[in-house]
Design a protein around this ligand. Structure first.
Ligand code: PLP
Length: 407
């Protein structure tokens, strides 16, 4: 008789994220997906990247294992300096996407069973990254208008809580779409410095800014306090799986050892292709085009929401990133998703999927992504979601006591 092979205790409690499940549902060919934060692949510079790929195949040992590409690190230094983050090549650690950056930093900084702090509604990939460490998660109430409640964070820190890290998304928060005001950034970094709390700043959407003023990353305010996690996924393609951490030098070696045990090195081929592409000097122009295209999609979604949402709904168009966060008071958006899929063949992500703690929060909210929807389908998508609302029983009795912690 064969043995039933069982995962270790900690792994038995792992669950697929709501987003992973969503990827499967939304992948059905007849479903219009406003759910996932997928970039629009048709906007990527495919010809230039094909040229770069063929070039590097000819010229360098790109199909071999390899050290992190020094020229790519230099390019990243330039990108970061342009955003006010003063760093050097030795402080750039290449990763397999921002996701691996989060995972490596969690492993490096958090003791098993230790504490981490994050917004009450947060990127589920961060939760996935820390979960194997079985941490205690301290949640900071967060508002879609102004970001994390820094008074609440300060009170927790003043009362003696000492999380190993604070995870922050100051640009184009996932899921709320919020970008933090400059003054909030300054206060957050000062608070972290006072309590020696390392901040892991997730800049996955940082280059997709739609306004004129680009607030400085947290890492520009205090390099010693902030570990910046960046990525080429949303601007050149997630398939490359190339991201980076801007880290103090003394963490590079432990990060390298950890990373080697996971995937040896970041895909060398991708590193060289991206470096070659950046060398051609068209990246700035490409970013401008991306911003124009996504701003257009954002505005179309805003127009559709203005036209179609029931009175009393609240939402705001983001100044960065892919997401519009909507609240329809009294509506159970998890129930709405079932109806929207069944009747309208349209998908979004219910707010509760982003709760960082056991209590389902934002149950009347939904995250809508405008990034990967054909422009001529955006209004139709919103129309279908709104018509599915009439099939969901109003949740008046629960709404009265519901804690919409997010808005
Ligand atoms: C906030 C946030 N951080 C990190 C990631 C992961 O990005 P990458 O593809 O670079 O691993 C995502 C992907 O959607 C994201 O939304």
């Amino acid at each position: 008789m064969s043995t039933r092979i069982v995962p270790a205790g900690w792994a038995r409690h792992l669950e697929p994220s709501a987003l992973q499940r969503m990827l499967e549902t939304a992948a059905a060919p007849d479903v219009l997906s406003l759910s996932l934060g997928l970039p629009a692949v048709e906007l990527f510079p495919r010809e230039a990247c094909a040229r770069a790929a063929s070039d590097v195949l000819d010229r360098v040992r790109t199909l071999q294992y390899g050290l992190p590409s020094a020229p790519l690190k230099s390019q990243i230094v330039q990108l970061m300096r342009a955003r006010g983050v003063d760093c050097v090549e030795d402080e750039i650690f290449l990763t397999s996407g921002a996701q691996q950056g989060l995972q490596l930093l969690a492993r490096l900084l958090v003791e098993p069973g230790g504490r981490v702090a994050t917004d009450g509604l947060t990127y589920t990939g961060f939760l996935q990254a820390v979960r194997p460490l079985a941490p205690r998660i301290l949640t900071v109430p967060v508002s879609a208008d102004t970001g994390p409640d820094l008074d609440a964070l300060e009170a927790r820190l003043a009362s003696g809580e000492r999380p190993a890290l604070l995870y922050a998304m100051p640009d184009g928060h996932n899921p709320l779409g919020t970008s933090l005001a400059a003054a909030t950034r300054v206060r957050l970094v000062a608070l972290a410095a006072r309590y020696r709390l390392p901040i892991v700043e997730d800049g996955a959407y940082s280059w997709l800014q739609y306004g004129d003023a680009w607030p400085a990353p947290l890492a520009a305010l205090d390099r010693g306090q902030v570990l910046y996690v960046g990525s080429f996924s949303k601007v050149l393609g997630p398939a490359y799986r190339v991201g980076w951490i801007v880290t103090p030098r003394h963490l590079v070696q432990p990060l390298s050892i950890l990373k080697e045990s996971i995937d040896i090195n970041t895909a060398t081929f991708s590193q060289h292709v991206i470096n070659r592409y950046l060398d051609e000097g068209h990246f700035e122009e490409h970013l401008r085009q991306l911003r124009t295209a996504y701003r257009g999609r954002r505005d179309l979604m805003a127009a559709a929401l203005t036209r179609r949402l029931p009175t009393g709904s609240r939402w705001r168009a983001p100044s960065c990133g892919f997401f519009t966060w909507v609240e329809v008071p009294g509506l159970d958006t998890t129930a709405l998703l079932e109806q929207a899929l069944a009747i309208g063949r349209v998908a979004f992500v219910p707010g509760a999927a982003f709760s960082a703690d056991e209590v389902p929060r934002a149950t009347s909210c939904l995250r809508l992504s405008f990034s990967n929807v054909p422009v001529d389908r955006i209004d139709d998508g919103i129309a279908r979601i709104v018509s599915a609302m009439s099939y969901v029983r109003p949740r008046a009795e629960r709404a009265a006591g519901a804690r919409v912690a997010t808005l």
